[in-house]
Each structure stands twice: as structure tokens, then as C-alpha cells.
Design a protein around this ligand. Structure first.
Ligand code: ATP
Length: 470
């Protein structure tokens, strides 16, 4: 399994490094396994993803507010949320080669999604034996008993080591929203239904990180907690499932038949959830979760109410009633979505007597929106190209490139996924034996079709804005 996955992602990982999207972490010190740094193009892609999510799910919606809570929270938060007691995976060691794995994942790989859901450690142990689960590293089937491994990273606050000031790095951003519910209610006074959205880093000491940036120990999440009146949660749960899927397909341009919604079976649901779905994507290594959408009832707010002894209620003035709201949570990983966009965009095309690698990013997410390419690097052509570049860069991330042949410059932009290349030539500026009808026009080459179109300079910004969408 591990080797096959490596092969499937190898070309993409190498393009990501070669083109400055994603670098292996701490590389000059021989690296740190499963850590990754976003390079100049990766960070543009990431920022575009976060900005688009924020706009769609928070700032353009009158019923959603934003928040930025701390990574370090009072440890009581994690007791109340259940993370101290339950946020653990069943860890098994292969006795032959000593590699460690998640028993639930090994079982699911062999027996299908949800195979280990709701099973206790004894049952998992029995299933490992009954199904003769083999070690993915050495092929033997000789396992230790499963034991609980808590995924939260611990650290200490303050100068005195070991003084008992243990804190955790948050394993999700959601609890920061729940513990601010009362602050938001008392001070901002939104009417139900309303949501609170947040983007931020989360940390999980994953047993088996891997598949490039699919599963890492440090990652970013974009989470929305949507509070609604009990009894309306199914309606909102369905609403958000559809809303999320539509955004992925219609606005981010992700291939529709590589996405599916997988509704969790009853046995798979957490005890507090009355509906959970995963949006899954068909990665080169198989289907994997992209987005978890869960109807979480009033579990989280009630837990905090009980543990903090501070009421977590909403007062409905119209009907004169008080209640603890229910919540529907769409929870998405930034890096996970970025990997989906990379996998979905990556293509090696056979041309007549050549081959090109191209990233088919939707213009809205593309890290570079356009490249301005003067045909020669001097005189009026260069001046005009620079003038166009200076104008466009005020609005978008655009590049100026006058090195190498035009063909090579196109190929480089294709690998970066730049949707538009703008060439400025003698006709544009009326130099030499130029075609007078093309004076004041540039040639815009569209990345996917490679078709070229003449666009008047004065219309160029509006032309690009229409395609990019902002
Ligand atoms: P799993 O069971 O695969 O460990 P999960 O179902 O516990 O994951 P959630 O808690 O639902 O994951 O997390 C919500 C979202 O956060 C996921 O859909 C994914 O996009 C992202 N995410 C979770 N864990 C990681 C990770 N280790 N690395 C990158 N993204 C992650």
C-alpha cells in the first residue's frame, strides 16, 4: 500500500518542489518526517483557498460571523469536549518489524468504511486476528493488543518545568467557537439560526501521517458551527451538505465525478450525532475524506454548560422560550482541500510532437492569475509590457517574464497553472512592419485550450476580472 501510494503521488510531489509549491520541512537538517513548508506558489494557492472560503461561508453571509480563538485553551475545555477521555486511536505494533499502525484503519482498508466503528478494543483485537490482518510494512500478522493513543500534543505553560501547568495544542478549532458562544450571544446578539466560522491551525499527533499533505500532525482547518433551533437541524444538515458540494464543483471547479458524499451508517455515528457525512475525493491513492459535515445536536454546548456551570442558552424573544441550540458543523482541512486541488489540476498532456505538464486550476484559485510576456526585452514592447504588468499587479498576483523563448515561458506558466499568458509584441506598440489593426491589442493565451485571442489593452483588466471572478 505505502509504496503504491508513493508512486501515485511521486510526480505531483516532485512538481510541487520543482515549481515552488511545497517543500519538505527542515530539509537542510535532513528533514522532519511528514512536515511540509509552503513555498511562494503554494502559499498563494493556500491564501486563495482561505479567502474564497471566508468570503463564501462567512463575510458574504449575513447569518455567519467570524472568530479567531487561541490555539492554547484552558485544559478543562478538552475535558468537557471529550478529547481528554476519548480522542484516541487504537494503536497496534507489529511484533515482527515494530512498525506502528492504527488498527481501525487497517481493518477499514481490508473490510470497508466503518468496519471498526463503535467497536471496543477487545472486539478490534478479535477482528485483527479473525481477518488475519497483515502488516503493510513486512506482511506478517503478529500484532500487539490495541491500546489507546491520545492524539493531543501536550506542552507546558510557564517557566517552571513540571509544575503541572499542562496545556494542549488544540486538535480542532471548533471548541474555540463553542466556548465563545456566550460572548457572542451577550455582546453581538445574533438571532438564531446563525453560524460562527473560524480558520486556524490544529495539531494532532497522528499515528500514521502520510500521503504527502493528506494527513499531517500540524494542519489548518476551516470550521463553521451553525447554531439552530432543535428540530430544524435535519433541514440545516441537508442544506450545508448541498451548499458545500456546490461550492467545490461550481466555484472551485473540482471534477464532479471525483467527489461523493458518504453518509455514515448508524453504527459509525458518534453517540451525540444524528447525522454525519463525509465529502470524499478520489485521490490517486483511493477515496479519502475531504470534509466532515456533522449534525452534533446540543452535545458540545451542553458539555460546556455542565463543566463550566455557565448557561449556554439562547433566548427566543418572539416565542418567549429558552433553549440550548443544536449545531451543524461543516469541518474542512485547508491542506486537504489544497491537495484535492493539486490532484484534480495535475495533468500531463500529449501534444503533436511534445508533452506538457499543466495544472488546470480554476482561475479563482490559481496562484498566479496571469503572466505578462514581452516578445522582446527592449524598446517600446518592453515598456508597454511593464506598464501592463504594473497595472495588473495592483489587483492580482501576476508575473512578468522576459527570459527564454516564448514556448519555454508558456510551459513554465502551464506548470504553475497560470490561466492567462499575455504577450506584447511589435503589433501592440506599432513598431516596425506591424499590423495597424492590432495596435493597442495584446494576445491572451488561455492555458487549457492554448487558444489565443486579441484583447484591447483598455479592456484587459475587465476581461481577466470576469474570468477570475474577483
Ligand atoms: P480521521 O478519522 O481520518 O483521522 P477525522 O474524521 O477525525 O479524521 P475530522 O475531525 O472530521 O477528521 O476533521 C475535519 C477535517 O479536518 C477533515 O475532513 C480533514 O479535512 C481535516 N483533517 C483532519 N485531520 C487532519 C490531518 N491530520 N491532516 C490534515 N487534515 C486533517
Amino acid at each position: 500500500m505505502a509504496k503504491k501510494v508513493q508512486d501515485a503521488l511521486k510526480d505531483l510531489v516532485s512538481l510541487c518542489k520543482r515549481r515552488g509549491f511545497i517543500f519538505p520541512g527542515s530539509e537542510i537538517y535532513d528533514g522532519l518526517a511528514n512536515t511540509w513548508d509552503y513555498g511562494p506558489y503554494g502559499i498563494e494557492l493556500k491564501r486563495n483557498i482561505k479567502n474564497l472560503w471566508w468570503k463564501k461561508f462567512v463575510s458574504s453571509r449575513p447569518d455567519v460571523l467570524g472568530l479567531d480563538s487561541s490555539i492554547l485553551l484552558n485544559p478543562k475545555v478538552w475535558v468537557a469536549s471529550g478529547h481528554v477521555g476519548n480522542f484516541s486511536d487504537p494503536l497496534v505494533d507489529c511484533k515482527a518489524c515494530r512498525e506502528r499502525f492504527r488498527a481501525d484503519q487497517l481493518l477499514e482498508e481490508k473490510l470497508g468504511d466503518g468496519a471498526a466503528a463503535g467497536k471496543n478494543f477487545e472486539e478490534i483485537d478479535a477482528m485483527m486476528k479473525e481477518n488475519a490482518i497483515e502488516c503493510p510494512s513486512c506482511g506478517k500478522s503478529d500484532w500487539t493488543q490495541p491500546r489507546a493513543f491520545n492524539l493531543m500534543f501536550q506542552t507546558e505553560i510557564g517557566v517552571v518545568e513540571g509544575a503541572g501547568n499542562k496545556v494542549y495544542l488544540r486538535p480542532e478549532t471548533a471548541q474555540g467557537i463553542f466556548i465563545n458562544f456566550k460572548n457572542i450571544m451577550d455582546n453581538v446578539r445574533p438571532k438564531i439560526p446563525f453560524g460562527v466560522g473560524q480558520i486556524g491551525k490544529s495539531f494532532r499527533n497522528e499515528i500514521t501521517p502520510g500521503n504527502f499533505i493528506f494527513r499531517t500532525r500540524e494542519f489548518e482547518q476551516m470550521e463553521l458551527e451553525f447554531f439552530c433551533e432543535p428540530g430544524t437541524e435535519v433541514e440545516w444538515y441537508n442544506y450545508w451538505k448541498e451548499f458545500c458540494m456546490k461550492w467545490l464543483v461550481e466555484e472551485l471547479g473540482i471534477t464532479e465525478n471525483k467527489l461523493r458524499l458518504r453518509e455514515h451508517a448508524k453504527e459509525e455515528l458518534s453517540h451525540y450525532s444524528n447525522g454525519t457525512s463525509d465529502v470524499e475525493y478520489e485521490f490517486p491513492f483511493g477515496w479519502g475524506e475531504l470534509w466532515g459535515i456533522a449534525s452534533r445536536t446540543d452535545f458540545d454546548l451542553k458539555q460546556h454548560q455542565e463543566h463550566s456551570r455557565v448557561k449556554q442558552e439562547y433566548y427566543d424573544a418572539v416565542n418567549n422560550k429558552r433553549y440550548v441550540p443544536f449545531v451543524v458543523e461543516p469541518s474542512l482541512g485547508v491542506d486537504r482541500l489544497l491537495l484535492v486541488l493539486l490532484c484534480d489540476a495535475y495533468d500531463v498532456e500529449q501534444l503533436e510532437n511534445d508533452e506538457r505538464t499543466v495544472m488546470h486550476f480554476h482561475p479563482s484559485v490559481a496562484p498566479v492569475k496571469a503572466a505578462v510576456l514581452p516578445l522582446v526585452k527592449k524598446g517600446k514592447v518592453k515598456e508597454k509590457a511593464e506598464e501592463i504588468f504594473q497595472k495588473l499587479i495592483k489587483r492580482w498576483n501576476v508575473e512578468y517574464d522576459e527570459t527564454q523563448s516564448i514556448g519555454k515561458r508558456y510551459r513554465r506558466q502551464d506548470e504553475l497553472g497560470t490561466p492567462f499568458c499575455i504577450t506584447v509584441d511589435f503589433d501592440t506598440v506599432g513598431e516596425g512592419e506591424s499590423d495597424a489593426s492590432k495596435l493597442g491589442f495584446v494576445t491572451v493565451r488561455e492555458r487549457d485550450s492554448m487558444k489565443q485571442e486579441l484583447v484591447a489593452i483598455e479592456n484587459l483588466e475587465a476581461y481577466l476580472a470576469e474570468k477570475i471572478g474577483y
